[in-house]
Design a protein around this ligand. Structure first.
Ligand code: ADP
Ligand code: MG
Length: 265
């Protein structure tokens, strides 16, 4: 067993002439929450999509348990235990909590010559799976549209854990949530960690990330500014580094604007 479940070595990803990621080195450990921070366009989504089988690296190495790995689809990554919860979640509003919990992995029972969805057993499993994550479902047959944004995030996370994910990737799980609901989602993140999963938490909100994170990686315009253990970096230092990156970006944009004005003069 390698010390790291996932590892990126000098990974770059290009989209035509756009450099979305450049020479990224990153190590992901089981039982750790690794927080990926960076402003819009920093490359956060591209990075996790590379881990989740959506994109292949243009250059560099991707290792899982120290073995070179190339997923040909998100389904491949999921089968290997890498589950991603995207912001839009892929839950179906009109379907019940239970149906959403099982989506694509329905358990069936024999009914005469037919196989039918075993609603009773499924309700029981969904309710128990959610309760383990600290989520009380009043009625698992209620449509998911009746749940709050935070509860849905929790459901999607509980589903991934229940079906055996080893690595849980969360893309901005608290971006659209209020304080109380964010806290609930972060509690579920802490539970996933306690169960020994590796969690990759993407956010541009240091305040949300800091309490649950073990390690931070800062991205700026496709490059890594570094990785720090929480014991080695304060919340203020992270904020400063992020602001520094932003200032540099503003400065470059201003200089480009000057150059353009200069040319047209
Ligand atoms: N499929 C794509 N095609 C072309 N450019 C892309 C694609 N995906 C991302 N990019 C570009 O890569 C850069 C990083 O984007 P992204 O990873 O979405 O950043 P973040 O999630 O940090 O906001 C941006 O400049 C974005 O426009
Ligand atoms: Mg993104």
């Amino acid at each position: 067993m390698s010390e790291f479940i996932l590892e990126l070595k000098n990974v770059s990803r290009y989209f035509g002439s756009v450099i979305a990621l450049k020479d990224i080195n990153m190590q992901i450990k089981l039982g750790e929450v690794h927080c990926l921070l960076g402003d819009n366009g920093a490359g956060k989504s591209t990075l996790i999509k590379t881990l989740a089988g959506v994109h292949e690296p243009s250059e560099g190495e991707f290792l899982m348990n120290a073995e070179p790995t190339a997923f040909s689809s998100p389904r491949d990554a999921l089968d290997a235990g890498i589950a991603t919860v995207y912001q839009d979640l892929a839950l179906v509003n009109l379907m019940s909590v239970t149906r959403n919990f099982f989506m694509g992995r329905e358990i069936t029972k024999k009914w005469g010559p037919f196989s039918v969805f075993d609603t009773e057993k499924a309700n029981e499993i969904a309710r128990a799976g959610l309760a383990e994550m600290g989520i009380d479902v009043r009625d698992p047959e209620h449509p998911i549209g009746t749940m709050s944004g935070g509860e849905r995030q929790c459901l999607a996370i509980a589903r991934a854990i229940h079906f055996g994910a080893k690595v849980l990737i969360l893309d901005e799980p608290t971006a659209a949530l209020g304080v109380k609901q964010s806290a609930n989602v972060l509690k579920v993140v802490a539970r996933a960690r306690a169960r020994g999963l590796a969690v990759i938490l993407i956010t541009h909100n240091v305040h949300h990330a800091y309490p649950v994170a073990d390690r931070f990686t800062l991205l700026n315009r496709g490059k890594s500014l570094g990785t720090w253990l929480k014991s080695d970096v304060s919340r203020e230092e992270i904020l400063e580094m992020m602001a520094g990156g932003q200032e540099l970006e503003n400065l470059e944009a201003e200089l480009a604007e000057f150059a353009r004005l200069d040319e047209s003069a």
